[in-house]
Write a protein that binds this ligand. Structure first.
Ligand SMILES: C[S@@+](CC[C@H](N)C(=O)[O-])C[C@H]1O[C@@H](n2cnc3c(N)ncnc32)[C@H](O)[C@@H]1O
Length: 311
């Protein structure tokens, strides 16, 4: 239940993150017994790359502290939507934190917001939306895949989030959402989001709101933009979120002659009698040569206040 509120120590039933290093993190639910493949209940012992961890021994341990495995140790971390995104079981492609941060900001999500989401997928975005809108808002999330709805519903309950979210099985393109004049924001991560735009209009508040669609291909985005224009959305913008990291490196650059703006490099002779290139050493901040590339196009738009609504 540890997603719902920040706490200092682990209680039975909590989902916790065991952090070994950036490539080795595990989300574990703290319960004394676990079912084997045959269905027998046995002591819950979690295997890491550094040996076994007796899960029940985490109860009472403080978040942020070290935990011992049989052949090493890790840190016990409080769960967050960001850590959950990195550790959840993938049932589908998921959205990652750089895109999620832009979505939450551009949809203007805050405590009290009512949000419609489809498809739910693996619930990666859902966790971040819930944190942004709790404790007074609500997320209505829809997926046409029954098993995904069941799994994510169990996760919401395990994480103590069930009062902030309703997950339903529904085809968002065919049947829309069972909501009218309700949502402050709609988010669509579907193969054909343009088919759900008219349903989004119905779900959005007549007093106005925001919509976002995520599509990997520009052709999908073009169709969605046409549907948004046709329905009367305003301020339609498409963007992609690329995270470029910088690295601190020691580099050597040739000296520049301040007056002639030319390089003056050849000073000494090296052992073979050639001009030796002397340069000045710098500690420099350089863009990383590799970065995560395109994930998808995020299209945002505003649903304007309808004339029927009194100011
Ligand atoms: C890429 S996943 C969404 C991932 C999600 N945003 C996340 O961060 O975990 C797309 C989901 O949309 C669902 N889906 C596809 N078409 C749908 C439709 N017409 N109505 C409802 N759900 C649909 C799929 O079952 C799938 O679970």
């Amino acid at each position: 239940m540890s997603f719902a509120k920040t706490k200092h120590a682990v209680e039975e039933g909590d989902t916790v993150i065991i952090y070994v290093n950036p490539q080795a993190m595990y989300a574990i639910q703290v319960k004394p017994l676990i079912a084997t493949k045959k269905g027998d209940m046995v002591e819950n012992i979690f295997q890491t790359a550094y040996g076994a961890l007796k899960v029940q021994e985490l109860v009472g341990k403080k978040f942020g502290h070290k935990v011992q495995f049989s052949r090493g140790w890790g840190y016990l971390l409080h769960p967050t939507p960001e850590l959950w995104t990195l550790n959840l079981l993938h049932r589908t492609q998921i959205l990652y934190t750089p895109d999620i941060s832009l979505i939450v900001m551009q949809l203007d999500l805050k405590a009290g917001s009512i949000v419609v989401e489809s498809g739910t997928g693996s619930g990666s975005l859902s966790h971040a939306i819930i944190r942004a809108i709790a404790p007074t808002g609500h997320l209505h999330t829809f997926d046409f895949h029954q098993q995904r709805v069941e799994i994510v519903t169990k996760e919401f309950i395990d994480h103590g989030l069930e009062t902030f979210v309703t997950a339903k099985q529904r085809d968002a393109c065919k049947d829309g959402f069972d909501l009218e004049d309700t949502a402050d924001a709609v988010f669509l991560d579907l193969p054909n989001p343009w088919l759900a735009i008219s349903h989004a209009v119905k779900a959005l508040k007549n007093s106005g709101g925001r919509i976002c669609t995520f599509s990997p291909c520009i052709e999908q985005t073009q169709k969605t933009c046409e549907a948004l224009v046709a329905k009367g959305f305003k301020c339609i913008e498409t963007m992609e979120c690329l995270q470029r990291e910088f690295q601190v490196k020691n580099i050597t650059l040739p000296d520049v002659d301040d007056y002639n703006f030319s390089f003056s490099q050849t000073t000494d002779k090296d052992s073979e009698g050639n001009g030796k290139k002397e340069g000045r050493k710098f500690r420099a901040l350089l863009p990383a040569l590799q970065m995560a590339g395109h994930t998808g196009y995020l299209t945002f738009a505003t649903w304007p206040r309808q004339s029927s609504v009194q100011i």
